[in-house]
Write a protein that binds this ligand. Structure first.
Ligand code: FES
Ligand code: FES
Length: 173
């Protein structure tokens, strides 16, 4: 059995220590934002934040993240609400600026990779609130175990969405 902290809640799961975190999130906790793409840390579709860092959950043993703060796509609104000190009522009606920007820019095509893109964008913007285009490209291509891959080729739209998210964050909405 493993005890993990996901989206602010302590969860106990019946899984061997070496079970990939992705399987636990999707199959045991019904958090289906993270996707199974390659299963080899080579695409980014399965990404989650662990203590604020983008991690490929397909190759992360569940026991290795016990005691750390795991945030999935589903937890981004609460993460933003906590950062901004919003009330519980306000938090219920809030999207993370990254999610808001992705909607307003209509970034996804098929959508399969976009979980990882939004997690990577969140990691970047929490460290650098106003990244340049080069810094955005660097984050998505060189900061993780592999570039974040999109088979539909939404890369330009992703750069624009990150810039839009930065604007929303700066306004604090
Ligand atoms: S599914 Fe984990 S990186 Fe591709
Ligand atoms: S939107 Fe289809 S793989 Fe990226």
């Amino acid at each position: 059995m493993a005890t993990i902290n996901v989206n602010g809640a302590r969860r106990e799961v019946q899984a061997p220590d070496d079970t990939p975190l992705l399987y636990v999130l999707r199959n045991d906790l019904e958090l289906v934002g993270p996707q199974f793409g390659c299963g080899l840390a080579q695409c980014g579709a399965c990404a989650v934040l662990v203590d604020g860092k983008e991690v490929r959950s397909c190759v992360t043993p569940v026991a290795s993240v016990a005691g750390q703060e795991i945030t999935t796509l589903e937890g981004l609104p609460a993460r933003w609400a906590k950062l901004k000190g919003l009330t519980a009522e306000q938090a219920r009606n809030t999207l993370h600026p990254v999610q808001q920007a992705w909607i307003e820019e209509q970034t996804p095509q098929c959508g399969f990779c976009q979980n990882g893109m939004m997690i990577k964008a969140t990691e970047l913007l929490e460290k650098n609130s106003n990244p340049t285009v080069d810094q955005i490209k660097q984050a998505f291509t060189s900061s993780g175990p592999s570039p974040n891959l999109c088979r539909c080729g939404t890369y330009v739209a992703i750069i624009e969405a990150v810039q839009h998210a930065a604007t929303i964050m700066a306004k604090g909405r």
